[in-house]
Design a protein around this ligand. Sequence first.
Ligand SMILES: Nc1nc2c(c(=O)[nH]1)N[C@H]1C(S)=C(S)[C@@H](COP(=O)(O)O)O[C@H]1N2
Ligand SMILES: [Mo]
Length: 315
Amino acid sequence: MHVVRRNGWEIPERLATPEALFLDRRGFLAGLGAAGALALSGQGARADDADPSAGLYPAARNPAYALDRDVTPEKYNLTYNNFYEFSTSKRLDASALKIRPWTVKLDGLVEKEQTVDIDTLIKAMGLEERLYRHRCVEAWSMAIPWTGFPLKKLVAFAKPLSSATYVRFETFLDKKMAPGQRSFMPWPYVEGLTMAEATNDLTFVATGAYGKPLSKQQGAPIRLATPWKYGFKSIKSIVRVSFVDKRPETFWETLGPDEYGFWANVNPAVPHPRWSQAKETFLNDGQLRPTLIYNGYGDQVASLYKGLEQEPLFM
Ligand SMILES: Nc1nc2c(c(=O)[nH]1)N[C@H]1C(S)=C(S)[C@@H](COP(=O)(O)O)O[C@H]1N2
Ligand SMILES: [Mo]
């Protein structure tokens, strides 16, 4: 395979596999080897012409979400992904993901359960572009132009009851389509937020990136972007959003509760049990940068955690 060499570009690929190493150590990857290796062959072609939402992009940029750093080149974002349903490799092939028809079920503690077609939902929500940082727990980072809508719009659309205290998100489950789901891990991938987090202005649902519908490896057709939290909170390819009154049991917390917590807020001062979080490799240039508390979004989100200081907020 042709490998692009670029200032430090190889460093993150070599360094940034601790999530996979964790699973390997526990023997969870048994049976995934062949599928993982096969998945290295392609790049997951964009389905722009097949995607009925393509005409809605690019959307107007919301100037309130600017960055102090350049956007990561799209080709890096498309070839350096975490999507364990398809492979534990960063250079994975998600082309088998079938993104239409696609529906999202809104259920649990809501006035009325609904199953919404993705294209109906996108039209109902409207689209905007925001530039966000993205910080993986593995200590690498990017800057991504997402297109989508604030999660709080979707929450309003779902009409939760006042008894709902958490939102639970679920990815598709299809072992035939996603070879990674044949391995022993707690599929489907699940994530969760408190209602306060879910309705914060910063919490974003992405349906596109780089002025186009999401590519499959980015978690098409709908994923979360919670930029003050480690990347694993930003669940991909969502099929179900449930309003609940108990803290959801999330994928990574179930796999490794000592290493991956529910809150997962970015903090340079709290190391992961196996590595420091003080710095991160910015993939644009492969250079180390200091990690920022709440990934630089403290003004917008720190207040969410008042009174919760006894919780493991930063793992
Ligand atoms: N369903 C699902 N969502 C997921 C993951 C995954 O493996 N499966 N990986 C997470 C992790 S660890 C990260 S860092 C981001 C990566 O998003 P990206 O590939 O678009 O950069 O997706 C998150 N969402
Ligand atoms: Mo991650």
